[in-house]
Design a protein around this ligand. Sequence first.
Ligand code: XUL
Ligand code: CO
Length: 445
Amino acid sequence: MSNNILLGSKEYFPNINKITYEGTESTNPLAFKYYNEDSVVSGKTMREHFRFAVAYWHTFCGTGSDPFGPGTKIFPWYQKTNPMKAAGYRLDAAFEFFTKLGVPFYCFHDRDISPEGQSIEESENNLKYIVSLAEEKQENSDVKLLWGTANLFSHPRYMNGAATNPDFEVVAYAASQVKAAIDATIRLGGQNYVFWGGREGYYSLLNTEMKREIDHLAMFLQKARDYGRDAGFEGTFLIEPKPLEPTKHQYDYDVATVVAFIHEYGLENDFKINIENNHATLAGHTYAHEVQVAFNYSLFGSLDINQGDPHNGWDTDEYLYNLYDATELMLVILQSGGVGNGGMNFDAKTRRSSTDLEDIFIGHINAMDTLARGLLTADNILKNSDYLNMKKNRYASFDYGDGANFESGELGLVDLKNIASKNGDPRQISGKQELFESLVNNYLV
Ligand code: XUL
Ligand code: CO
C-alpha cells in the first residue's frame, strides 16, 4: 500500500476485550447474558438468526450534535486536519469494534467511510482507496458487508431532494454517487444495496409535481438496478420506508406504500424492503405490523434494528431494549422463515450525554441480548404453548364446508347470502386478546 494512511497499530478500545457470553447469572455489562452466537435455536445458530450488523454512521461518525449544540463525543479516531487520514483511523477503529463485539456484518454510506472531494472524480478516488483498505480488513477478519448505500441527503446540493429533485442536474449528480456506491458495495461483496429516501419527499404540495417526482424516483431506481446487474451485483436492492423527516411527507411512507411503488414500477424482481422500528413508530405502526406486511407480499428484505420514543415525533434511533417489541418481532420472523439474506443493522446511537467509549459497546450488547431474549421467548411460545392452535382455531370455520369453499373461490355473493339466511345471526366468539397477551407475558424470558 503506497499511501499508507492506515496506522493499524493503535488500539482504540484498549480497556475492552472481546465480548464473550457469560450467561444469565453475569452482571458484567460488557458481556452477553443471552446472545450466544453458537447456540442453536429452532435449527439455526443465533449468529445465523440475527446476522447483526453495525451501522458505521452512528457508531463512528455521530458525535452527538443536535439543533441546539455541537457534538459532545470525543472519539480517539477523530482527526481534524486530514479527512483521508481521519477515514483511515475510523476504519481501524471500526474493525476493532466489529471484531471485539463479534458481529458478522457492517453497513455504511459512501460518505461515512470516505470524505467527499472537490470533484466527482476526487470523491470516487477517495472512496476507491478506502474500499481497498476495507477489503483488506474484511479478508483479515470474519466481518462482511451487509449493505452499502449513498448519502444523498447531507450535502446542501440535495436540499430539494436527490432522485426527486426538480433540477435534473442534481438528479444526475446523485446518480454519479449511487454508481460509485454500488461499485464499492460490489467490490466489498455487499449482500444488499439500500435506498433510504433521504430528502425524497415534499414540504409543500403547492410547489410540487408529486407524480412526476415519483416517476423520476422510479426511473432512477430502474437505472441503478440495470447498472448494478450489468456490473455483476447479485444481491438485493432494498428500499427503506420512513413517513416523515427530513421532509414533511416522505415518498416511501411505510411498507404498504413501498409495496405499491415496487409493483407499480416493475421493481419486484430486484427490490425488497428494509424495515426500521423507529420509522414504523413514526408511521403509527408497530414493528411487527410492518414486518408482517412485507412478508405478506414476499418483499421482506432486511431490518434496521432500533427503537424510538413513543412520546415524541422524531427519529431518536435508540438501541432496542424493549422486550415486547423484540418478542413480537421474533414471533413474526420465526413464523415467516427468517431474515434470509437480510440481517439486523443497528441503526442506533448512544444518547448525546453518553460520552464514554464503552457506552457504544453497552448499547449494542444490550440490544443483542434483548433480541436473543425475544428469540428464546418466541421459540418457546411457538414450540411449547397453545399459541399457534389458539390462533388457528379462530379461523377453523374456513377449514371445512362452506368456509373452505369460500376460500377456494367457489361461492359467489348470492351463495353467501343464502348461507347467511339459512344460518341466521352468527353466535358470538371471543377474540381472547387478553388471553393471548397473558400467554406471551407468561413465557417472557
Ligand atoms: C435515516 C435512516 C438511514 C438509513 C440509511 O432515518 O434510517 O440511516 O438507514 O440511509
Ligand atoms: Co435506517
